[in-house]
Design a protein around this ligand. Sequence first.
Ligand SMILES: C[S@@+](CC[C@H](N)C(=O)[O-])C[C@H]1O[C@@H](n2cnc3c(N)ncnc32)[C@H](O)[C@@H]1O
Length: 220
Amino acid sequence: MKRKLARFAENETFPHVFQPKMFPPQDHELKGRWHERFFKNNHPIVLELGCGRGEYTVNLAEKFPEKNFIGVDWKGARLWRGAKTSHENKMPNVAFLRIMIQNIGYFFSKDEVNEIWITFPDPQPQQSRERKRLTSPRFLNLYRQFLAPGGVIHLKTDNKPLFDYTLEVISETNSRKIYSTDDLYHSDADNEILGIKTTYEKMFLEQGLKICYLKFILNG
Ligand SMILES: C[S@@+](CC[C@H](N)C(=O)[O-])C[C@H]1O[C@@H](n2cnc3c(N)ncnc32)[C@H](O)[C@@H]1O
């Protein structure tokens, strides 16, 4: 608990960590202004949703300095890890946003985001929790509000039912699948980018689980 509190406190000191208190809910001052007010460039913006410790955010930001990356998660003590690393490495193209993703519409405006990564989201297997799945029609509708035309969504998961569910949602919502595999590391898609491994992915691989990967465009 002490360590968690220390991380929360350090998050408050990072200029690239945003943890807005929004009661009542309202548009954030950065909505529609991330380029102008924070990144100070016009580079494409990429989100990692449910980023945990932000492995994709930090690794992709290192590989692609000409893009901006924002890791989004509710859990401050996890997100602290990526925030600390990107702060220590003075990475100008990284930010973290500590919010419930249900509220993401208050933070990004039409066409402001160019790409989304959803990395090992909680599968929420009970039917009663379908609305909480980050690839449910409810969430895809939220992303549609700010994802630019042609903007790609990547999903990595160990959870085959969630993978199959997402494929179904895509076909039912008229979205366009670009690529899918239920065994990434034995597929032709395995590459340096898809091979970035998050904390949860390492755990699942140790358990011998296969990794599913899906790339799609909303209503393409
Ligand atoms: C299973 S963990 C995966 C974390 C990380 N992507 C990884 O692969 O190691 C799922 C993460 O999603 C976050 N999360 C799930 N639903 C969320 C929501 N609605 N809003 C914000 N964060 C959420 C959790 O806090 C958690 O850190």
